[in-house]
Ligand binder design. Structure first.
Ligand SMILES: Cc1ncc(COP(=O)(O)O)c(C=O)c1O
Length: 367
């Protein structure tokens, strides 16, 4: 019996992958499992995602960890090289590499003029079409693409971009970005090997994001990338299933009276007599410390809510309407029965951030 448990449903992960695959309409699917598979476990996720065409991770260190799991699938390093030493690992393991800046390209040229490659590499040249983060400007992109194709270390070049607002499908920036990308795609015409545009929100939207590679992340873990207030775009609408269920034990139950204080800083004062459960999970386990009063929690299959400020390893829940609930019962903080997206909306912390933050001291169980 563990104090806090994250149960990871690998069948749900596989199910969600198939949803991504069918929504991606014939594109190849790069499963984004960076950041420890968004907190779910890098190697376990990779081993379960047997149908993925490629895995996307952040840096060469994540790539090496994944390589050791021997899934046999290509690995793409999404932030590319950080240091020339990274390129030794890229060459050794034949990692695919994003190139997002002229500086990276110059360092790659310089390093690969000295290193002998076992085989030429697949490189992903990233365009900043309006995200304002990583990538080369659309201006001159085609010239760089063609130049990269001619390098002795290059096998293929995938032209990629990342959309800033595809979770807000009516944002004008979507079409601005897509137009910038499509213009260069047309300019390169016959030279282009492959393209890649959409992450989860693009894949699930009606935006014209068709390309050779889709790059789903958050949807694989059962969270909808769209605003929770849009009921028609919640996870159920896409048949996404929760992958992580986070649960903790009730370790004390007490009868409180109207006017009693609950927890630090008197964030909650009982408005009436009530039955309160203390659950052994807090911000040191990754539960968000800013969760307001009334953040949803499930106990014995019934929905209730937090009371007062979240402590380091405890929080309080209202058990007034769950009279049978007692010490030893499990409270579910999120999972299939309580949407991670609802907790995200209530706390103002992105679902991505919630699962990535689950602490190492939490017991992870895979089924
Ligand atoms: C370049 C790139 N592609 C794909 C993804 C996956 O995005 P999402 O988790 O929203 O599907 C990310 C995530 O940040 C990313 O940075």
């Amino acid at each position: 019996m563990h104090r806090v448990q994250a149960s990871i449903d690998l069948k749900a992960l596989q199910h969600n992958f198939q949803i991504a695959r069918s929504r991606a309409k014939g594109s190849k699917v790069a499963a984004i499992i960076k950041a420890n598979a968004y907190g779910h476990g890098l190697v376990q996720a990779a081993k379960a995602l047997t149908d993925a065409d490629l895995f996307g991770v952040t840096d060469v260190h994540e790539a090496v960890t994944l390589e050791q799991a021997a899934t046999g699938k290509p690995i793409l390093v999404l932030q590319g090289m950080m240091h020339p030493d990274d390129l030794q690992l890229v060459a050794e393991h034949n990692f695919q590499l994003v190139i997002h800046s002229a500086e990276q390209l110059a360092q790659i040229d310089e390093t690969f003029s000295r290193l002998t490659l076992k085989q030429p590499l697949t490189l992903w040249l990233k365009m900043d079409s309006g995200m304002g983060r990583l990538g080369l400007s659309p201006h001159g992109f085609a010239t760089t693409y063609k130049a990269l194709l001619g390098r002795p270390y290059t096998d293929k070049v995938v032209m990629m971009t990342h959309l800033a607002n595809s979770s807000q499908t009516d944002s004008p920036l979507n079409l601005i970005q897509l137009n910038a990308f499509r213009e260069t795609e047309t300019e390169l015409a016959g030279d282009i090997h492959a393209t890649s545009i959409a992450s989860s929100s693009g894949i699930l939207s009606d935006l014209p994001v068709d390309s050779d590679w889709a790059r789903p992340g958050i949807m694989l873990y059962g969270s909808s990338p769209f605003d929770y207030s849009q009921e028609a775009l919640r996870r159920e609408a896409f048949d996404l299933k929760a992958v992580m269920t986070l649960q903790a034990r009730i370790i004390a139950v007490k009868d409180m009276h109207k006017g009693d204080n609950i927890g630090y800083s008197s964030q909650y004062i009982c408005e009436q007599d009530m039955r309160v459960g203390i659950v052994s999970i807090g911000y040191a386990d990754g539960y968000p410390s800013n969760a307001p009063n009334d953040t949803p929690v499930m106990v014995q299959g019934k929905k209730t809510a937090t009371l007062g400020r979240v402590s380091m390893d405890m929080l309080a829940v209202n058990l007034s309407d769950i009279p049978d609930a007692n010490v030893g019962d499990l409270a579910t903080l999120w999972g299939q029965e309580l949407s991670l997206d609802e907790v995200a909306a209530k706390t103002g912390i992105l679902s991505y951030n919630l699962t990535c933050s689950v602490a190492q001291r939490v017991n992870f169980e895979y089924r």
